[in-house]
Design a protein around this ligand. Structure first.
Ligand code: ADP
Length: 162
């Protein structure tokens, strides 16, 4: 069975993330969407909220082979724990490449048998990031089309309250 882990802060999960997850679900038998418990930047949404929102998307989209979980510590250890052979990441601009290149080198050092696969962002989502969404939402801007429909209300309300 081919298992992949898609790690991220997902603060919050966007339609760009969904795009990557959908492609990964077609390629792997099982995909763990792994929410990083303590991202380096302070998260707006708690880890349970982030997981809950992703679960709602997974259910709504019928991604039957996606599992949502939370992890802390080294990603390579988590991947090993769930029996994953691959890490899944998304690539937008050249700036993502630089960052991903470094992370990949570190992960290869720690776990040479664990490989990373990258999905190119769809051109219509190549500008989209969770931080864009947080910024737009904080000023009560329109986040429709940026985050999955099923989470618009909860994300909009929370960001506007900040
Ligand atoms: P992290 O803090 O680990 O980068 P993110 O939640 O920001 O977590 O992103 C998780 C992964 O999803 C990263 O590989 C990132 O490049 C990718 N990603 C984020 N936004 C998009 C998008 N719009 N299209 C494709 N991939 C994306």
């Amino acid at each position: 069975m081919k298992i992949g882990v898609y790690p991220g802060s997902f603060d919050p999960f966007t339609v760009g993330h969904l795009d990557v997850l959908t492609s990964a679900c077609r390629l792997f038998d099982e995909v763990y969407v792994a929410v990083l418990k303590h991202p380096s930047k302070h998260a707006v949404f708690t880890d349970s909220e982030r997981q809950e929102m992703i679960r709602r998307v997974v259910d709504t989209e019928g991604l039957a082979n996606a599992k949502v979980a939370c992890f802390d510590g080294l990603l390579v250890d988590y991947a090993k724990q769930v029996g994953a052979s691959h890490i899944i990441r998304g690539l937008r601009a050249i700036t993502d490449f630089e960052y991903e290149f470094q992370i990949d080198a570190v992960n290869r050092h720690l776990a040479p048998d664990l490989h990373t696969v990258y999905f190119m962002a769809s051109p219509k989502h190549s500008f989209l990031s969770s931080s864009n969404v947080r910024e737009i939402g904080t000023y009560c801007g329109n986040i429709v089309g940026l985050v999955p429909q099923c989470n618009i209300e909860i994300i909009g309300e929370r960001l506007a309250r900040q």
